[in-house]
Ligand binder design. Structure first.
Ligand code: BG6
Ligand code: MG
Length: 210
């Protein structure tokens, strides 16, 4: 491929935390009596924690103060972090690991570009704590996807320009962020059928065919 670096989204690309997000939000929503299901959970993909909470609270008649929202978000995060502790290196598929190893052997710089503030914990759980050349995540940004900040920072940390990097995403919000930042993209899952995705992928290892 004609790039110097590859920037990977984490959740839904490198590993699958969807179900843990769902279970944690569901427990929080049940506690305050708000309806929440898998369909609403799908709208949270790639969206920051506080923006996710706002989507969940659309179903509520009550107006929540900023303080109350902070409390709810941290309650969800505590539940979520406990669930993340169940993850092990077995949650990293052979296909993903072998593709990453192959890209690395070919000399590409590899980075993470994720909205999650739990990125480092997740990478540690799946055994990739020290693997990437750069990590840009929810802890170093003020604007979440579809804003391009997380990818622009990742490129900067790699010492590369956006046009020298390929972004790999599963979420529409992530592809919009890539486009806004001047990046080409590869998409799996729902991003694979999105018209703004440069390279739709059937599976992760198709990256090696670009
Ligand atoms: C993204 C997920 O990677 O991170 C979203 O796709 C999630 O679903 C977001 O809301 C923020 O995650 P965290 O771990 O900071 O709550
Ligand atoms: Mg994702």
């Amino acid at each position: 491929m004609n790039y110097k670096g590859v920037i990977f989204d984490l959740d839904g690309v490198i590993c699958f935390t969807d179900q843990y997000h769902y279970l944690a939000w569901k427990e929080m929503a049940d506690e305050i009596g708000i309806y929440f299901d898998e369909k609403i959970n799908n709208r949270l993909r790639g969206v920051s924690r506080m923006a996710s909470l706002d989507i969940i609270l659309e179903r509520s008649d009550k107006e929540y103060s900023t303080d109350e929202k902070e409390t709810l978000a941290s309650k969800k995060n505590e539940i979520y972090k406990k669930l993340l502790l169940k993850m092990t290196p077995d949650d990293l598929s052979d296909e993903v690991k072998e593709t990453l190893d192959s890209l690395r052997a070919d000399g590409y710089k590899l980075a993470i570009g994720s909205s999650s503030k739990n990125t480092k914990l997740i990478l540690k759980q799946i055994g990739l704590e020290k693997y990437f050349d750069a990590i840009s995540d929810g802890t170093n940004i003020t604007h979440s996807k579809p804003h391009p900040e997380v990818f622009l920072k990742a490129a900067e940390y790699l010492g590369l320009k956006p046009e020298e990097c390929l972004v790999v995403e599963d979420a529409v919000a992530g592809i919009d962020a890539a486009v806004a930042g001047g990046f080409e993209s590869a998409g799996i899952g729902e991003a694979g059928s999105y018209e703004k995705t440069t390279y739709p992928l059937q599976s992760f290892s198709d990256l090696l065919k670009i």
